[in-house]
Design a protein. Sequence first.
Length: 438
Amino acid sequence: MRATALLLVLLMLVPLAHAQNLGETLQECPGTMTGSTQPQQIHLQMTDDATIMNVMWATEGRATGEVEWNGQTSPSTDYCYNHDMAFHMASMTGIEPGEDVTYRVSSGGDWSDEFTFTPIDTSADNFEWIAIADHGDSSEGMDVSEAIIADTTAQMVTISGDIAYADGEQSAWDGWFNFQQDSMTRIPWVTAVGNHENEPGYEFAPYEHRFDSDGQAESEIFWYSRDFPGVHMVFMSTEHDYSAGSVQFSWLEQDLSTVDRDVTPFVIVYGHKPMYSSNSYHGSEVELRSALEALYVNHEVDLVIAGHDHFYERTWPVAGETVVNNGKDGRFARGYAPIHLVIGIAGRSAYEELDEPQPGWSAYRENSSYGWTRLVYDGDAREISFTHYRIDGTIGDQFILQEAPLPHESGDGFLGVPGFGTLLPIVAMFGAAVRRLR
Ligand SMILES: [Fe+2]
Ligand SMILES: [Fe+2]
């Protein structure tokens, strides 16, 4: 009887909820949220459609909102989770790759400043981006943030998980987003989820409400891919089931097998925990390696960019702990085996103890520096330059990954002809010129 009475009360409440002026999902927000509706924590959020860019922001008070761009407006979807802020997401549609978009957002009648971004043109010949992991808001983390904000040519930031280290303290996320706003309103930050996004008492809800990879408010998508100039990028979750037969495994297999290498010669997988790490704190995630390494090798993944261990490490192209290739003078040809990177150096306390001796698959490692990495795709040369920067501006490590074979791989002394290899760069240059003419 008691259950029936409760049901009747609930049914009576439904029309009341719909009768309110605010969007239905705003009903989740506590009625006590009467603070400022001035937009804050404003950030772009890429969609899988190059003509649509989403923007997300937060307000202290409950309100509906809108985005205004290039003389058009679109209403926001507004929602909450178990935190006293309202969140808003709106879509800028019909944008042209490569053409600047100026926009601003409002909620409750309060407008933000104007911002401008340039939508990424996937057919461009040049693409530059920054990759970080394990960020937070320590003084070193803020140094990294300031370097990113000062970088006016980077077109995107990727994070391989462990983002704000809120760990249940939701105001930490608010501060983190506000600190990055000068960058995040200008270029998209694209994320893979880490173990610190699985928060005590909240699980992944804050991450899901504050980032959005599929344009659906409150979705639960933790793996997705995007195409950029020359590079297909996969953002996967080491924090969800990835074993053979899992939904994520099937998705990865399907995604990696449909990459068109003529369009995107390179494939990068971002995920939080590393398959290869010689740091003594966490070390190699052996279960992850058993489940996914063969898939990555078979589908010729070029780079796997992880974090979790707070140090820097680059492997040689490696499969099954066996070094497949050593490149030449810091230059590698793609197609042998993935190079694994651990870049958990964006601000959290360094894990200084390393496995000794250094494993054969480990090409370079650094255990007490903080910083970020920067990648540049050159569409003429069809190569990616990778550089690891420390927060003092010095370079720790760098290498180049190219589509064409290295000259020495097809061989000096090929067929017993000395000097044959020296012809190959000329042949390669000729080939590149022909490709450009096509
Ligand atoms: Fe971490
Ligand atoms: Fe982690």
